[in-house]
Design a protein around this ligand. Sequence first.
Ligand code: PLP
Length: 356
Amino acid sequence: MKRHNFNSGPSILPQEVLEQAAKAIINFNDTGLSILEIGHRTEWFVSVIEEAKALVKELMQLGNEHEVLFLHGGATTQFMQVPMNLLDTNETAAYCDNGIWGSKAIKEASLFGNAVEAASSKDKNHTYINKSLHIPPESKYLHITTNNTVEGTQWHHYPNTNVPLVADMSSDIFSKQIDFKNFALIYAGAQKNMGAAGVNLVVVRKDILGKIKRPIPAIMDYRKHIEANSLLNTPPVFAIYTALLTLRWIKKEGGLAVMEKRSIEKANLLYSTIDALPAFTSHIAKEDRSLMNAVFFLRNPANETPFLELCKKEGMVGVKGYRTIGGVRVSMYNALPLESVHAIVDLMTEFSNKNA
Ligand SMILES: *Cc1c(COP(=O)(O)O)cnc(C)c1O
């Protein structure tokens, strides 16, 4: 059966990336060896890292002030690693709490210093992005989650502040054109929009490092990883290779301008359908709707299970809402074809006509 993969993460990757990754497991670049069995310090793998770093810089249009790292662990590791590197015990960092990932980031930061809430959207169950920020002027940085994967909201205009901006871009990295140079630190777990689980992309402006007194274990120290070119210890070799394949694909398709155009087209199609059909409803503030993860509900809760069953029967994967939120979540990452959105929109229309 033709499947439509709306998984929120790990999520859909381009078919050609999967084929190339599969081939590399058997025979990497005609070396006669698998990508899983070559040394990470061989010239073969060093060239993978070098090309991946160069592609990240090219797509983000960054110069030498920023450094690109591929580190172990998911974004959750960065919740800890960011404050460990940037925030001394007696210092303050401001965090925006617009969803569960942002909340978790604050909790982790408070283990290292004074993490304060610059704004929260908890008052309305995280159904919007709270943009009235109160940033203590002495803050070492302001942390935002650019796309709230679970709640279905997204920053469409980033806060304008003199405080260094740190962003968790796990679920919308490389989905649109951004002034990446305005960010002091960007991190993203790869498994949503750029590859396989197991690796974090970290892009850091070097001048913010080395300013705290805390001793940092080597494996957690960004500076040590920069010195070692992401080869401080054995990196997640296969996940980095899959990220490289995805980065090549993004460039070949036309870069971030094309990813953005496609995302807008897909999201417009889905949201206009939700708004038009009586069976469905969205609680998210319109101006903050995520182009990556659309969260919506059946107007009649009794219709939820039948709708999800119908999706399942028609080969639509990953549309059940997050466990604490319920409803429907349709993720539309870069690799999701417009055709899949058409397919679910047709199904929604048919369902609404029969059940509204
Ligand atoms: C998925 C996700 C995370 C957690 O990622 P892990 O790789 O599971 O640690 C953090 N932040 C955002 C925005 C996410 O979408």
